[in-house]
Design a protein around this ligand. Structure first.
Ligand SMILES: Nc1nc2c(ncn2[C@@H]2O[C@H](COP(=O)(O)OP(=O)(O)OP(=O)(O)O)[C@@H](O)[C@H]2O)c(=O)[nH]1
Length: 388
C-alpha cells in the first residue's frame, strides 16, 4: 500500500459540502496536472518521476485516482482506494474489472466537492502543483461522466493542464502511433485544456522518429508503405486530417524510469500554465459564472413574502424526500441498485402492459366497425336483390 503523506489531510469528515464555493473565482494554485495515457504507457512511473523533479520547487499535492492499482510507488495525499474498495464494488455489484473501475470512479466523484475543497486547501498551504494519476484504462476516465466532472470541476477552480503519456516503443508501429494520436486528439478537443505529450521510455527508443512523423508527412507515409496492413489507407487519410492537430501539439521526450528529459518537461508544464491563463481561463471563468448562477437559481429562497406566494393546503400527506445518498448518484451499471432497477422494471412492465391493452382494444374496435360496415353492405345488397 502507498504511504500516506499525512493522514489528517486525507480526512474528509470535517469538510462541509457548502464549503466549496464557485464564487471565489479561479485560484492561482495549485496547478492541477492530470496525467493520462493508454494502459502500460508508464503513467504511474511518470507520476513518480514528476513528483521527484517538482518536489523542491512546486511541493506537489499528490492524488491517485486509479482504484485498481495494487500499489503506487509514491506517497499520496489523496488515494481513491481509501474512499472506495474496488474489489468490494466488483463483488457487490457483480461487475467485471472495467465496470468495477468505472463504478468506483463514479462513487468517488460523488465526493467531488470535498475533493476540490481539499485541493483548494492544499493550495493555501503552499502546494503549488497537484499531480493526478488516472486509471490504466484511459477511456474510463476520458469518456465517463465522472472523468468529465472531475476534469471540468478542477478546471473551473484551478489552472488545469493535461499531460498525455505516450509509449514511444509501442508507437514505433505507424498504425499504433496513429491510434495513439487519434486518442490524444480526441482528448484535446474534449477537455479543451492545455495539452502536453510526454513521449515516454526514451531510454529504450529515441523519440525523434515520432517528432519527425508529426512534422513531415512524407516520412510518415514512407513508414506506412513498409507496413503491410489493411488499415493503411485509412491511416493515410487520418494522418492528413491530423496535420492541424500536430501543429499545435507540444511534445517532450522523457524516460520516467531514468528521469531523463524532466527538466525540459517542467518548462513545458509552466508554458502550459501560461497558456491556460491566457487562452483557457476566460472560457472556464465564464463556465464557472454560469454554474454559479445555476446554483444560486436552484438554491435561492424567495426574497420577499409576496414572491413566495400564499400557502395552499395540498390535500396530500406529503413527506420529506428520503435523505440524499450521494453514492447512488452515478451508479448506472445494470444490477447496481437492485431494488431501484426492480421497481423501474416493474414500472416498465406496467407501462408495456397498458400499451398492449390499449392496442388490443383499438384493434378490436377496428375489427368490430369493419364487420358492422360489411354487414350493413351485405344487408343493403340483399335488400336490393329482393326488390321486385
Ligand atoms: N524502460 C522504461 N520502462 C518504463 C518507463 N516508464 C514506465 N516503464 C515501465 O512500463 C511498465 C508500465 O508502467 P506503469 O507506470 O505501470 O504504466 P501505467 O500507464 O501506469 O500502467 P497502467 O496504470 O497499468 O495502465 C512498467 O513495467 C514500468 O516499469 C520508462 O521510461 N522506461
Amino acid at each position: 500500500m502507498a504511504a500516506k503523506a499525512s493522514s489528517s489531510e486525507a480526512s474528509l469528515d470535517n469538510i462541509k459540502l457548502e464549503a466549496l464555493s464557485l464564487s471565489e473565482g479561479i485560484q492561482d494554485a495549485p496547478v492541477c496536472i492530470i496525467v493520462l495515457g493508454m494502459a502500460g504507457s508508464g503513467k504511474t512511473t511518470f507520476t513518480r518521476s514528476l513528483i521527484q523533479h517538482a518536489q523542491e520547487k512546486f511541493n506537489p499535492y499528490v492524488v491517485n485516482l486509479d482504484p485498481a492499482c495494487r500499489e503506487v510507488p509514491y506517497a499520496t495525499h489523496i488515494d481513491i482506494r481509501d474512499t472506495v474498495n474496488y474489489k468490494e464494488v466488483m463483488k457487490q455489484y457483480q461487475l467485471g474489472p472495467n465496470g468495477g473501475i468505472v463504478t468506483a470512479l463514479n462513487m468517488f466523484t460523488t465526493k467531488m466537492a470535498k475533493f476540490a475543497e481539499l485541493v483548494r486547501r492544499a493550495g493555501q498551504r503552499g502546494h503549488k502543483w497537484c499531480i493526478i494519476d488516472t486509471p490504466g484504462q484511459i477511456e474510463v476516465f476520458t469518456w465517463s461522466a465522472s472523468g468529465n466532472i472531475i476534469t471540468e470541476g478542477l478546471a473551473t477552480m484551478f489552472p488545469t493542464i493535461i499531460v498525455y503519456v505516450m509509449d514511444v516503443v509501442r508507437s514505433a508501429c505507424p498504425t499504433t502511433f496513429m491510434s495513439n494520436m487519434l486518442y490524444a486528439c480526441s482528448i484535446l478537443y474534449k477537455t479543451r485544456l492545455p495539452f502536453l505529450v510526454a513521449l515516454n521510455k526514451i531510454d529504450l527508443k529515441d523519440c525523434s522518429f515520432v517528432q519527425e512523423w508529426m512534422t513531415d508527412f512524407e516520412v510518415y507515409q514512407d513508414a506506412l508503405e513498409q507496413e503491410q496492413s489493411f488499415v493503411n489507407n485509412l491511416t493515410r487519410t487520418m494522418s492528413l486530417t491530423l496535420d492541424t492537430f500536430y501543429e499545435n501539439l507540444v511534445t517532450c521526450g522523457v524516460s520516467a524510469k531514468t528521469g531523463v528529459g524532466f527538466a525540459q518537461l517542467l518548462k513545458h508544464v509552466l508554458d502550459c500554465v501560461k497558456e491556460y491563463e491566457k487562452d483557457y481561463k476566460p472560457v472556464y471563468e465564464k463556465m464557472r459564472k454560469e454554474r454559479l448562477a445555476e446554483q444560486q437559481a436552484t438554491l435561492q429562497p424567495a426574497s420577499t413574502v409576496e414572491d413566495s406566494g400564499t400557502a395552499v393546503p395540498m390535500g396530500l400527506d406529503l413527506k420529506d424526500p428520503p435523505p440524499y445518498s450521494g453514492n447512488n448518484m452515478f451508479l448506472m451499471a445494470p444490477g447496481l441498485v437492485p431494488q431501484q432497477v426492480d421497481s423501474e422494471e416493474q414500472e416498465d412492465d406496467t407501462e408495456t402492459d397498458g400499451k398492449a391493452n390499449a392496442e388490443e382494444q383499438n384493434f378490436q374496435t377496428f375489427v368490430q366497425s369493419h364487420l358492422t360496415a360489411q354487414q350493413s353492405k351485405r344487408n343493403k345488397f340483399i335488400q336490393e336483390q329482393q326488390k321486385p
